[in-house]
Design a protein around this ligand. Sequence first.
Ligand SMILES: [Zn+2]
Length: 99
Amino acid sequence: MLIVNESQRLLAGVESLEQRCHYCCKALAEYPLILSDDAAQTVYHAACAVELATDILVDLFTFLSPPPPYTRLFVLAPPEAPADASRESVSRGGAPGKE
Ligand SMILES: [Zn+2]
């Protein structure tokens, strides 16, 4: 969530712009700030949030598509549905009382 004023900052639990950014450890100092939506609800400088997200994306890309000679450890695919599951969901799709 974007934080652009004092009331939003206070709602995010940041009492002062003197508090430190969890990414770069410098004072938050000025708006805009970013409140992460994880359980800790961490507040970052907007630029630090972009840098952190980019780092995560690069790490994920390397993990899912490693350069040669390394091979991929995982292939993401939807789980196989049991043979009867699709038939059952179709039969439940009608209006109640019409079966
Ligand atoms: Zn920062």
